[in-house]
Design a protein around this ligand. Structure first.
Ligand code: 0L1
Ligand code: MG
Length: 263
């Protein structure tokens, strides 16, 4: 078992890598005994460090690695989750600066905003939908702190599931206004189709991914709170971001969301 001091050290290394914009090598190479549970302990420590040093607060949660394709690509067998902080949210109207990011990628998401706490022990899809205030089109900027996005499941969990920034649309929809299984999604980079998908690509239903996370959180004494924003997982692969790029996500029958990268 890894010592508490080692977990603190890993959290601090990840914190410094993000703050000073450099890559680190994955920690499993150095600590093969790093487990998924221990990695969530490191993630908690990293979030504490960020809240303390950046004077920010938790604004919600995120799911990662929710599609079978991405799990196979990364050689993992389950999703991961992470924490969203208030200072990660960007305004869709303003160009995105890449200055403080290492090797950012962007992906389309559906964000759920909660009106009730979601407390287990066995959360169902129906309970997630009941507790949801509204959903909004969203995008997530992921930015692994690991060299070349090369990591194992415990590594990526410790690194807060590669979270970096997020953008949510100002257009809100009730869960019964949209088909959260069949709703199509087109993700464009500079007006060219980068990928297409459906809402159901997220574990059959994005609320299933959130139910999975809610049940994991309760086992760690945590839960989704009323007011939380939850990114339910990428609908497609992520696109590498370059200066001057423009990204749009369009969902069937609802408003699209466009973001621009600074020159
Ligand atoms: O939000 C995500 O799906 C990212 C999770 C971590 C995997 C990655 O960095 O590609
Ligand atoms: Mg994501």
């Amino acid at each position: 078992m890894l010592k508490t001091a080692t977990l603190d050290q890993i959290a601090y290394e990840l914190y410094k890598a993000e703050k000073n914009v450099y890559e680190v090598t994955k920690f499993v190479d150095q600590y093969p005994e790093l487990t998924v549970e221990t990695a969530y302990d490191i993630q908690d420590k990293l979030i504490e460090l960020k809240c303390q040093h950046e004077q920010t607060t938790i604004s919600g949660r995120k799911l990662g690695l929710t599609s079978k394709a991405k799990q196979q690509m990364m050689g993992v067998h389950e999703p991961s989750y992470g924490v969203l902080l208030a200072n990660m949210e960007l305004n869709a109207q303003l160009p995105i600066s890449l200055k403080s990011l290492i090797h950012p990628k962007i992906e389309p998401e559906i964000a759920f905003v909660f009106k009730q706490d979601l407390l287990g022990p066995v959360i169902t899809v129906a309970q997630v939908l009941e507790a949801t205030d509204y959903i909004v089109p969203a995008m997530e900027i992921i930015d692994s702190r690991y060299l070349n996005f090369n990591f194992t499941l415990p590594d990526v969990i410790a690194d807060n599931s590669s979270s970096s920034r997020y953008i949510v649309s100002s257009h809100k929809y009730a869960v019964d206004e949209v088909d959260l299984v069949n709703m199509g999604c087109i993700f464009k980079q500079n007006n060219e189709i980068f990928a297409t998908s459906t809402a159901g690509s997220i574990m059959g239903h994005p609320a299933r991914a959130i139910a999975w996370m809610a049940n994991k959180l309760i086992a760690r004494g945590q839960h989704i709170l009323a007011g939380d924003v939850v990114l339910s997982g990428a609908l497609t692969g992520s696109a590498t971001m370059h200066a001057g790029d423009c990204f749009t996500v369009s969902f069937d029958g609802i408003e699209s969301l466009t973001v621009r990268v600074d020159q």
